[in-house]
Design a protein around this ligand. Structure first.
Ligand code: ATP
Ligand code: ATP
Ligand code: MG
Ligand code: MG
Lengths: 226, 226
């Protein structure tokens, strides 16, 4: 569903250049749940942004649903992202003027679509957000904001879901709920999912774990559940 | 060093009122390392903001270094906070136009003080930030930004350090480094520290653990190291 070939991304130039990614190639098969782990600064968020078409590599290419996104026009890329990509950012990125529920259904509204009957209720309930649905982000705790972000990424059943530390700010119970929801989306809806996590228990629910260090993928392991 | 009596904080009114804190009383003795744990939405960040004088309770009082901060003028409270309080926010709160190093030394600059010789270098080194010292927040990874925030809270050796999820976005190695630094500040400098965490291993390095649920403190336990 997503593949990358020789991705390179450098910030800055000359002596102060940061080689955030140094030639990463990988394939994410349809319906697989992949975890990406590695030390702080190893390039995980950079890789995720490139795979999701949110950033352009300095070298290499990315294919989503068969299309080379690194060769697309801005307009085509925007349309592809809306149709195919869900993204949970490392810090929540919600619209401060919209309620939790409005933030969750925003991708649908933008696509001119209506939510399936009951889909929003189910998601709010699963995320423990029903009582907070009318509140704005500033009125939510850190963990509640994070769960709104995950729900928003799932509402359109995207071809690929990218989640950058979706449980970083959650207590273990809420974190386990979110992981169970992500796992269920993979198992029941065939949701292809790539999740960056620092939590070994989260990685344990994945089908495969990619380990990164210094801008490279240094290990590619079948997950414990395989 | 910090004490609270019958703290109450409610958001909103009437039917939609959220009772974030429902009468919390506690004492944090000088030099103690206290962890605060509890489910998402249980009132941990609300409690921390009230204890640090960043918010005003609807009922109850807070004493820091013997002074009732709930009765202070804004100007006196601001001066007390600068002198006595370090705060690590749940999302990093750095100034985007300043480098990592400038963000760290900002509290000193505001107080018209110069850092002790070598103090900044030691902190940068301990936090694994030396190579990133001249970079701005937008050029740092999520975990690097979080470590800048922790270093900034420590630079003035405040009377009380409040840390709201200081390791939430960190891999276990960086998280362990940060915890070791916090523990060393308690053991070597007598730094009174209150840390909100969802990580049981982080709580295990504290002297005492307060458990919260639904706006109350429901358990007060001597930590495993006691
Ligand atoms: N906009 C930028 N400009 C300059 N350097 C950057 C920028 N964004 C990231 N970097 C640097 O690139 C490297 C990789 O960053 P990245 O955010 O991908 O790491 P990460 O693996 O997600 O880390 P973390 O676990 O801390 O979130 C880091 O050294 C970071 O400081
Ligand atoms: N500005 C606000 N307006 C209205 N409600 C708020 C506001 N800030 C927090 N709340 C609500 O108060 C309750 C406690 O929030 P708080 O941020 O203290 O929780 P927390 O324990 O820190 O949670 P987390 O682990 O998710 O960070 C939550 O239900 C939250 O939605
Ligand atoms: Mg990151
Ligand atoms: Mg909080």
């Amino acid at each position: 569903a997503v593949s990358a070939t020789a991705l390179t991304r450098t910030y800055g130039e000359g002596g102060s250049a940061v080689h955030a990614l140094r030639g990463v190639s990988l394939e994410v098969p349809k319906g697989q749940f992949t975890a990406v782990m590695g030390p702080s600064g190893s390039g995980k968020s950079t890789l995720m942004h490139l795979l999701a078409g949110l950033d352009t590599p300095d070298a290499g290419s990315v294919h989503i649903a068969g299309e080379d996104i690194t060769r697309m026009s801005d307009r085509d890329l925007t349309r592809l992202r809306r149709k195919h990509i869900g993204f949970v950012f490392q810090s929540f990125n919600l619209l401060p003027t919209l309620s939790a529920e409005e933030n969750i259904t925003l991708p649908l509204a933008i696509a001119g679509r209506k939510p399936e009957a009951g889909a929003v209720e189910r998601l709010l309930d699963r995320m423990g957000l029903t009582e907070r649905r009318d509140h704005k982000p500033a009125q939510l705790s850190g963990g509640q904001q994070q769960r709104v972000a995950v729900a928003r990424a799932l509402i359109c059943s995207p071809t690929v879901l990218f989640a950058d530390e979706p449980t970083g700010n959650l207590d273990s119970a809420s974190g386990a709920d979110v992981l169970a929801l992500l796992r269920a989306a993979v198992d029941e809806d065939g949701q292809t999912t790539v999740m960056v996590t620092h939590d070994a228990r989260a990685a344990a629910s994945a089908d495969r774990v990619l380990l990164m260090a210094d801008g490279r993928v240094v290990a590619d392991l079948a997950g414990p559940s395989q």
